[in-house]
Design a protein around this ligand. Structure first.
Ligand SMILES: Cc1cc2nc3c(=O)[nH]c(=O)nc-3n(C[C@H](O)[C@H](O)[C@H](O)COP(=O)(O)O)c2cc1C
Length: 212
């Protein structure tokens, strides 16, 4: 079997995809077709994983009461973050929008099965955290698959993970990784929202190799 050749035009589009993939916090409420969500899930599951363990677990959160509980979890966690800051830092933090969960039509919680039978433990003995990294790679794959279709994903981590697991009735050995808001963005953007709001900016120094 020969591997597919990706023409230069595709590579230019791929570059644009990396540039335009955004963490989205401002959504339109229009739902996505179920078939599109299924495609995103399917593509996320093409991610690499330690020992081919595929430890990612995606949970669609549709129940209004569960969504409301997660929203309260975010409000409390965000207030705690704000309490830990002072002065101008606190003032600036308070202006940030750090979740689009009120408007996003789809909510997806992502977990890692920290002890999956699949993969038969390969590659995990010296670095058990590789299961977590594998699941995070699936999240990034989903993020890119969504961006390629003009669909926004917003990662919310300002949450109490134990409380999120309890709200979603999650089995004990699943580690909470992310709460993703998914939907069409209100506006596309080629720079991070935190950069546009003057909170932080990309650092060109990170684009250089360190040689040893
Ligand atoms: C592990 C992780 C956790 C994040 N948690 C949050 C969050 O709780 N709220 C939020 O608004 N953005 C969150 N983000 C998004 C980052 O703020 C965003 O990726 C970063 O500012 C760069 O912007 P970009 O993704 O649009 O390039 C998170 C991103 C990652 C990778």
């Amino acid at each position: 079997m020969t591997s597919p050749a990706f023409p230069p035009a595709f590579l230019a589009d791929l570059d644009r995809l990396f540039i335009w993939r955004r963490d989205v916090r401002h959504f339109r409420t229009t739902p996505l077709p179920d078939s599109v969500l299924d495609t995103l899930l399917h593509e996320a599951c093409l991610a690499p994983s330690v020992g081919l363990s595929e430890p990612w677990r995606f949970v669609r959160v549709d129940t209004p009461a569960r969504r409301a509980a997660i929203r309260q979890n975010f409000i409390r966690s965000n207030a705690r973050e704000l309490d830990g800051r002072s002065g101008e830092d606190a003032q600036r933090y308070a202006t940030l929008k750090l979740s689009g969960m009120d408007e996003a039509p789809h909510h997806i919680a992502v977990f890692c099965d920290t002890n999956p039978a699949q993969g038969r433990g390969l590659g995990r003995a010296s670095m058990p955290e590789t299961t977590t990294w594998s699941a995070v790679m699936a999240i990034h794959t989903l993020w890119l698959a969504a961006a390629a279709r003009g669909i926004g994903v917003g990662w919310v981590s300002i949450l109490d993970p134990a409380e999120a697991c309890s709200t979603l009735s999650i089995t004990p050995h699943w580690q909470f990784l992310a709460y993703l808001c998914v939907g069409y963005p209100q506006e596309p953007a080629s720079t991070p929202e935190l950069e546009r709001r003057g909170w932080e900016s990309r650092n060109p120094a990170r684009r250089r190799w360190i040689n040893r």
